[in-house]
Ligand binder design. Structure first.
Ligand code: PMP
Length: 324
């Protein structure tokens, strides 16, 4: 008999905040026939938690909470909690789980449903705060694989990115990740680390969980326009930091051919920060090493999230300090 992998793994000693209570990691379950599983209707957001001289800090908590509520609204989940309750739940989960480096907040229909439209539309709210490697990937047989400092990117032209007329790219809902998952899985088997999907017009859009940037031959930092991609919190942070560093930034539609002319390419996301691209479709970008703009932005971003830049302190929510 096959053993369910998740039940076979010893869980970490952590608690997960569910509807107001902290429950042990292993007890944070939903039924197999729940709507969120069977229809992929779970809405989520993913935040990073950093160790700073002032203790644990959540990066841009209010922006993530706002995006989470927008995702719920786009999907139609009638979540009762508002932004301040969502933020409090995230803070509580982070405080209860020292050493966590990430927090995932989820809104989901835990009820067993027959139809696509739920009979019981009570929405559960949960927050897991953990370390992705120590608590999840590192516990699997073979352990966690190290993330490469630079990545090999594949331009996925077959499976198009999330379409606004199907499910908005702004909705972080589980079902929206199936098509990018299939495409990235194929690319990983072929030796790539990440993909960038094109939109229905064939323009570069985003990765499954990352936003796309390039530095053009004039040194301009370019990223696809807001309409067609998830508004990444890292994306907007990097745009602001790039302007601050004196770079020109353009949100502009680009075809895949723009990559051949680019000096640098990089991806951004909560789980990867600023991630320089070494090659695209097997062709090196520049000399295949991270370029000066990617490196400058990566360095700056890493300083900001670690609390080393007072000018950006307002992006950090220090959970161990009383609210001011
Ligand atoms: N695009 C998609 C589709 C994503 O799921 C993510 C991850 N949230 C991103 C881009 C990057 O966004 P962020 O910087 O907020 O993690």
């Amino acid at each position: 008999m096959r053993v369910e992998p998740s039940l076979d793994e010893p869980g970490p000693d952590r608690t997960i905040w569910i509807n107001g209570a902290l429950v042990p990691w292993g007890a944070a379950n939903v039924h197999l026939l729940s709507h969120c599983l069977q229809r992929g209707s779970l809405v989520f957001d993913y935040l990073s938690v950093h160790r700073t001289p002032r203790g644990a800090a959540i990066f841009r908590l209010a922006d993530h909470a706002e995006r989470f509520l927008i995702s719920c609204e786009l999907v139609g989940l009638p979540l009762e909690e508002g932004a301040s309750e969502v933020m409090d739940a995230i803070r509580t989960a982070v405080r209860a789980n020292p050493g966590c480096t990430a927090a995932k907040v989820s809104a989901y229909l835990a009820s067993l449903e027959v139809d696509v439209v739920p009979q019981d539309d009570r929405v559960s709210l949960a927050v897991a705060a953990y370390d992705a490697v120590a608590d999840i990937s590192g516990r699997k047989p073979g352990g966690a694989s190290e993330r490469r400092p630079t990545l090999r990117l594949w331009v996925e032209k077959q499976a198009r990115n999330r379409r606004p007329d199907i499910v908005s790219p702004q909705a972080k809902v589980a079902a929206n990740y199936v098509s990018p998952m299939t495409a990235k899985w194929k690319a990983k088997k072929a030796g790539y680390d990440e993909i960038v999907l094109v939109d229905e017009e064939g323009s570069l859009a985003e990765g499954p969980t990352t936003n796309f940037f390039l530095v053009d031959r004039d040194g301009v930092v370019c990223t696809p326009p807001r309409r067609r991609v998830l508004l990444g919190v890292t994306r907007s942070s990097v745009i602001e930091l790039a302007k601050d560093e004196g770079f020109e930034v353009r949100e502009v539609a680009m075809g895949p051919e723009a990559i051949a002319d680019a000096r640098e390419v990089f991806m951004t996301g909560t789980s990867v920060g600023v991630w320089p691209v070494e090659s695209v479709d097997g062709q090196p970008v520049g000399d295949g090493k991270p370029g000066p703009v990617s490196l400058a932005l990566k360095r700056r971003f890493d300083r900001v999230v670690s609390g080393a830049e007072p000018a950006y302190d307002h992006w950090l929510d220090y959970v161990d300090e009383p609210a001011s």
